[in-house]
Design a protein around this ligand. Structure first.
Ligand SMILES: Nc1ncnc2c1ncn2[C@@H]1O[C@H](COP(=O)(O)OP(=O)(O)OP(=O)(O)O)[C@@H](O)[C@H]1O
Ligand SMILES: [Mg+2]
Length: 509
């Protein structure tokens, strides 16, 4: 519990950091804590400084002590042997827990955050809480390990945990293959065996070949170790045994709704001197397809970003489904029922199509870390339901045969469809599509029109940004035109098409 608390304390300042920076900062924390602990012997002696804390009780279960030799069925088992089996059991336990976590709602959300944090927020993942959860759980494992370690040694000192230990652990993960548990185990085994092999192999070999010790095995160890890491980074950047691309499995969906769903009131957004949105007010009715058009740079995407919480408007606000929408909370917008796609597709590239859609279910499901570790009946039932719903959605957008392909390997049109399926997985009341037909050919655009029309018939209101005027005018119930950040007109397509200002600003003379 204490380790978990400090995990959260140390994790909170690093929430904005990603990837390598995060690793470096956490290594830095390790050093700070070590030096701090080393000096915590004055004015009040807590850690006994560099001498360390001694005479710690050994691990014991009831009266069964792990430290001394016991006779068991006539076999004598020594203390170290007992610890060996205890540690083996604990290591297996950690592996099982991690495997279970990885294939759970929480594990998928972590993976989604690593792939694309903004897209993860847009599907309703509270990235701050989930990152803190990762820190808390990581620290808890460390805390238990530390407890067992100190009891086994009967002694702890800050000097047992220097920078090199932290780097070794990071190196095991990178060398083996980040995000792939068997790979990490392989990394740990290799890096544990390597120093021993060098110590008992290289020293004697040198003596045999040169007659004396030329290079001390310890420095040679660091040299070979460094070289091995550089080679792995260069030739196998994903690690020795990275996550494999996965296999395939297979499988319909529906639901049905003319009141006001969304009201934008004087929404303004400035970027320096650029007024991207100038007091835009518009309203979207329940069950309609609402088109938002305008020339490049008119502020359409900026409107989406303000609506979904990625930008905080400089003025005005939104009322969604009868209640004000909080600014700057993308995952809450998703929770309230606003889903979106991105102009420049943001899928979780290294996750399968199916997994991308399963992440979309995050916000409507609830399995937590403990559920995943224990694999309770409820968790398993929920996981099965998530998978089934995701398969149904892939079928709905007609890419069910690509379920087990990595999102990055899908064709452009399929990626756009997958992004729509992921957005639908959050069960939105309002689906916002940012130029879904961009880059599509005529047939694909026709299919997209049917898809969007079908989604509306199934009860979801749609806000559509699109440059394809024919598509917009044919599909939308009402259309709004933005120009230089200002709303020009909001009306039915027939009226908008004939409006003189629209023709000048957008449709061209
Ligand atoms: N993050 C940002 N920082 C600075 N300026 C921005 C930012 N986002 C948008 N802008 C500016 O705001 C204006 C509106 O951009 P926006 O992306 O909303 O246009 P758009 O209507 O979506 O255009 P397009 O049809 O090209 O997608 C542009 O002048 C753009 O350069
Ligand atoms: Mg745009």
């Amino acid at each position: 519990m204490v380790a978990c608390f400090f995990g959260v304390v140390l994790g909170s300042p690093t929430l904005k950091l990603r990837g390598d920076y995060l690793a470096i900062v956490t290594l830095g924390f390790g050093e700070i804590v070590r030096i701090f602990m080393n000096n915590l012997n004055a004015p009040v002696n807590i850690t006994n400084g560099a001498q360390g804390i001694t005479l710690i009780d050994p691990v014991a279960i009831g009266s069964f002590k792990f430290s001394n030799t016991t006779q068991f069925l006539g076999i004598s088992i020594s203390g170290p042997q007992k610890y060996y089996y205890l540690l083996l059991v604990l290591a297996l336990l950690v592996i099982v827990i991690n495997l279970r976590l990885q294939n759970s709602r929480i594990g998928r959300a972590w993976q989604a955050i690593r792939e694309d944090e903004i897209a993860a927020k847009a599907v309703g993942i509270n990235t701050r809480n989930l990152k803190l959860l990762a820190f808390a759980m990581g620290a808890s494992f460390g805390g238990v390990a530390g407890g067992v370690f100190s009891a086994m040694q009967g002694f702890v000192s800050p000097e047992s945990f220097s920078l090199i230990e932290s780097i070794m652990i990071l190196a095991m993960v990178v060398l083996g293959g980040m995000g792939h548990i068997p790979g990490v185990i392989l990394g740990a085994i290799l890096l544990t065996i390597l120093p021993e092999a060098l110590r008992y192999g290289v020293g004697p070999i040198q003596v045999a070949v040169f007659g004396k010790m030329l290079v001390d095995p310890e420095s040679l160890r660091m040299l070979i170790f460094g070289l091995a890491l550089v080679l792995v980074m260069r030739f196998k950047p994903a690690g020795l045994w990275p996550s494999p691309e996965r296999k395939r499995e297979l499988q319909d969906a529906g639901g049905a709704m003319a009141e006001l769903l969304l009201q934008a009131n004087n929404v303004a957004k400035h970027f320096g001197g650029v007024k991207a949105l100038r007091d835009v007010s518009l309203s979207i009715r329940q069950g309609e397809i609402y088109g938002l058009i305008g020339p490049n740079g008119a502020g359409k995407t900026t409107f989406f970003n303000c609506l979904t919480g990625l930008y905080i408007p400089d003025g005005g606000g939104f009322v969604f489904d009868g209640k004000a929408l909080l600014a700057d909370a993308p995952h809450q917008a998703a929770e309230r029922g606003i889903a979106r796609t991105f102009q420049n597709i943001r899928l979780f590239g290294n996750m399968t199509a199916l997994e991308n859609v399963m992440v979309g279910r995050h916000v409507r499901t609830k399995a937590g870390g403990f559920g995943a570790m224990l694999q309770s009946a409820a968790t398993r039932a929920e996981e099965a339901a998530i998978r089934q719903r995701a398969l149904d959605l892939l079928h709905y957008v007609r890419i069910e045969d690509r379920a087990d392909d990595l999102a990055k390997n899908l064709s452009y049109g399929d990626q756009r469809r997958l992004e729509i399926a992921r957005a639908l997985a959050t069960e939105p009341k309002l689906l916002c599509l940012d130029e879904p037909a961009a880059g599509m050919n005529h047939t694909e655009t026709e299919e997209l029109r049917d898809l969007i029309d079908g989604i509306r018939r199934d009860g979801t209101t749609i806000l559509l940004i699109e440059h394809d005027v024919k598509l917009v005018m044919g599909l939308c119930d009402r259309v709004a035109v933005l120009d230089y950040g200002a709303l020009v007109i909001e009306d039915v397509p027939a009226v908008v098409q004939k409006d003189q200002r629209v023709i000048e600003a957008y449709l061209g003379a």
